[in-house]
Design a protein around this ligand. Structure first.
Ligand code: GDP
Length: 529
């Protein structure tokens, strides 16, 4: 069979790809992401993807194990993935760390999803972090389904919330359901398309269809109110358009209460029916379609020391096309090395299991000893690389002060490992002076200090250095760059990949350098390959 024939929608591979939904939840802390995640997983149940996963000799990890690790670290810094099945779909929910300091991590995670769920607290509307995460989604026009949560509490007027989405995010908002009452009087929802009524205490079964049916279920006053709101809504709001949603211009909106497990099924149905299956991706050689038979994937996250007993590292890999089979050989295109994928893993709510096979859209963890890095592309042999898992210039630069000077070598290794994991950036000055670490937010320093102690037995502190700013430098002409680096030897450093970085003490000095060296490009974002 030719590749073209294999790529028709009838192939088993294409069928598998089509039923995948890989998404993340974006929200402001406290809006209900954790609660909603738990409810989503509940619908998925304790799943077994028939024939795909087997627990072979892998110690079953309980939820409390994970919690202990997170507790030790003092904060949840785990970007994990949870796989579950609902209807005929396989959902991969990529968790994003909640704290702002880990926005870089979050950004990378959002490069690995095909859609996102935006959770909004009905009383608070769009909050700062939601807006920030939304902007990240917008960079790739990721389709977004909106879940207005906490309708069982005093909330804003639904029109006001919809209006806020439209004005602050410049995103059309189309309700798929409409709330019947709110706060203590929140009784359920009316589905605009079908007229189906669901009541908060009514389980999953529809309580009736059409406004007439609602008559017998709520007070006359409430019926009049809902009737009026619906008339207004249908007159004033844009009808749902699939194409517009898929292009990232329109968000379907659902109302519910994660805590009371209401509206969660609507959300899953919306994801199954409307959200896109895995999309193709551009590489440096050619566009790659999700349904094509050849396996391609990229690493968007590396997590070290997940299991304190084994110093293992897990590279989280998003499959972009084809099928991964356990035991297959993969080409790491950055190094041209071949890697045997002997123990790829799926992650569930409380468990991880060997993945016998996985398809485009799936996220698998690949245990390794530091070989795999963020941004790496894996293929079944074809030499191509995906772009667009970026690094950002750190906002904070510090020197690491080591209490016990005898442990310098160990510190070097620990920093290298943490840099490969993406939790910190390490810059090594070319003049041989001690390395600097760079982070996006101050909390990352605390986490780093805690982990250096817990995982490596190193007592450290952090000191200000004369540098506060780092920019990657490059030039079209290699000679221009070489000349610049020669002249600025005292203030250049190399990053993890050996790429040159200029360090300065102020923004003023940076712009001076920029003015003087017009042929050199200074950037605060680096695309990792
Ligand atoms: P996260 O910070 O976004 O993960 O939010 P959580 O899921 O931890 O929820 C924050 C708080 O809001 C917790 O006390 C939840 O019990 C509560 N909460 C979440 N969803 C709802 C809801 O639908 N209704 C009400 N009343 N409380 C909720």
């Amino acid at each position: 069979m030719t590749d073209a024939a294999l790529a028709t929608p009838e192939t088993p591979l294409a069928r598998e790809v089509k039923r995948r939904r890989t998404f993340a939840i974006i929200s402001h802390p406290d809006a209900g992401k954790t609660t909603l995640t738990e409810k989503l997983l509940m619908f998925g149940g304790a799943i077994q993807l028939a024939g795909q996963v087997k627990a072979k000799g892998e110690r079953r990890r309980t939820r409390s194990d994970w919690m202990a690790i997170e507790r030790d670290r003092g904060i949840s810094v785990v970007t994990s993935v949870m796989t579950f099945e609902y209807r005929d779909c396989v959902f991969n929910l990529l968790d994003t760390p909640g704290h702002e300091d880990f926005s870089e991590d979050t950004y990378r995670t959002l490069t690995a999803v095909d859609s996102a769920v935006m959770v909004i607290d009905a009383a608070k509307g769009i909050e700062a972090r939601t807006r920030k995460l939304f902007e990240v989604c917008r960079l790739r026009d990721i389709p977004i389904v909106t879940f207005i949560n906490k309708m069982d509490r005093e909330s804003r007027d639904p029109f006001e919330i919809l209006d806020e989405i439209e004005t602050t995010l410049a995103l059309d908002a189309t309700p798929l359901t409409w709330p019947i009452g709110r706060g203590r009087d929140f009784a359920g929802t009316f589905e605009l398309g079908s007229g189906r009524i669901r009541l908060v205490d009514g389980g999953d079964e529809a309580a009736g269809v059409g406004l007439e049916a609602l008559g017998g279920l709520v007070s006359e006053h409430r019926l009049a109110e809902v009737t009026e709101e619906l008339e207004l809504a249908q007159g004033a709001l844009k009808p749902f358009e699939l194409a517009s949603f898929r292009e990232g211009h329109l968000t379907p909106v659902l109302f519910g209460s994660a805590l009371r497990n209401f509206g969660v099924r609507d959300l899953l149905d919306a994801l199954a029916d409307l959200a896109p299956s895995p999309q193709g991706l551009d590489s440096d050689k050619r566009p790659v379609a999700a349904e094509e038979p050849r396996m391609t994937a990229f690493v968007f996250k590396v997590q070290a020391n997940m299991d304190p007993n084994h110093r293992d590292r897990i590279a989280f890999v998003r499959l972009c096309s084809g099928k991964l089979t356990r035991g297959m050989k993969a080409l790491q295109t950055r190094t041209s090395k071949t890697i045997g994928l002997h123990a790829p893993q799926f992650f569930f709510a409380q468990d991880r299991q060997l993945a016998e096979e996985a398809f485009a859209g799936d996220v698998v963890g690949i245990p390794n000893h530091g070989l795999l890095r963020i941004g790496d592309t894996l293929t079944d042999g074809e030499n191509l690389s995906f772009l667009g898992v970026p690094s950002f210039a750190p906002e904070i630069l510090r020197r690491v002060r080591l209490e016990d000077a005898m442990k310098a070598k160990k510190l070097k290794q620990a920093l290298q490992e943490m840099a490969e994991e993406g939790v910190v950036q390490v810059f090594r000055p070319v003049d041989g002076s001690p390395a600097l670490v760079g982070v996006v937010g101050p909390l990352q320093l605390d986490v780093m200090e805690g982990r250096l102690k817990a995982e490596y037995g190193l007592e450290v502190g952090f000191e200000q250095s004369q540098y506060s700013l780092a920019r990657w430098v490059s030039a079209e002409n290699k000679l221009d760059l070489a000349e610049f680096l020669n002249a600025n030897r005292a203030s250049t450093a190399e990053d993890l990949d050996g790429d040159p970085v200029l360090l300065t003490g102020s923004a003023f000095q940076m712009s001076r350098a920029q003015e003087r060296w017009s042929k050199v490009k200074f950037t605060d974002v680096k695309d990792v390959r």
